[in-house]
Ligand binder design. Structure first.
Ligand SMILES: CC(C)(COP(=O)(O)OP(=O)(O)OC[C@H]1O[C@@H](n2cnc3c(N)ncnc32)[C@H](O)[C@@H]1OP(=O)(O)O)[C@@H](O)C(=O)NCCC(=O)NCCS
Length: 176
């Protein structure tokens, strides 16, 4: 059985992604979470994995490109967000495949120095087991009320040519 992995324009593929993301993060559930009122950036690309049994989308990861700053210096970074596998498709390696495809996509852009994602405490071990490192510095991001310290979730880094572990990262825009 072959697995199809697509990397598509985020806006064009939103109708495909939306039902899965709504199922994994229903609005009424998200509203109760600590990050429920965060305004998120729109993805630039989406990694989409279809279930091999033709039951539709099984896994999603959003991909982001951003000119940010690290300790005051401009740096091109890649983002990954909205990593989600349909409940009945978990444990088959789909999220791992989607993460790898997202990282490969970001690596194709030579200017990108590292990738960054945010995750909840219960998923930290998942990302650490896949080579992601905790960033222990401060992260700033834009929100409707202005620039804020973003600590709703923990930042994790995947090293390319830079390996930031502390300092100040300013996303210079909305978080993902
Ligand atoms: C986290 C999530 C994306 C994993 O998707 P998945 O397709 O089942 O992941 P994979 O099949 O690639 O990997 C599963 C492996 O990770 C492990 N794993 C899954 N969730 C984990 C967690 N929270 N902490 C540690 N390990 C975890 C599984 O035990 C399994 O291990 P194994 O390969 O040794 O058997 C999925 O559970 C999900 O969609 N959760 C809800 C949304 C969410 O929290 N997304 C993350 C946003 S930061």
């Amino acid at each position: 059985m072959s697995i199809e992995i697509d990397v598509l324009n985020a806006n064009a593929s939103w109708p495909v992604a939306e039902p899965l993301l709504d199922a994994v993060w229903p609005r009424h559930v998200v509203e109760q979470l600590s990050w429920g009122h965060v305004k998120w950036a729109d993805a630039d690309l989406r990694v989409l994995i279809d279930a091999p049994d033709d039951t539709g989308l099984a896994c999603h990861a959003g991909v982001y490109f951003r000119t940010a700053t690290w300790d005051g210096r401009k740096v091109e970074i890649g983002g990954i967000g909205g990593v989600a596998t349909r409940a009945d498709c978990r444990g088959r390696g789909y999220a791992t495949l989607a993460l790898n495809a997202a990282i490969s996509t970001l690596r194709h852009h030579e200017a990108v120095r590292f990738a960054l994602l945010f995750c909840e405490p219960n998923n930290e071990a998942f990302y650490q087991a896949r080579g992601w490192h905790r960033f222990s510095g401060e992260v700033y991001a834009e929100q409707p009320q202005g620039r804020v310290r973003f600590d709703a979730m923990a930042p994790f880094i995947f090293d390319f040519t830079r390996a930031p572990r502390d300092g100040v990262i300013d996303l210079c825009g909305l978080p993902w």
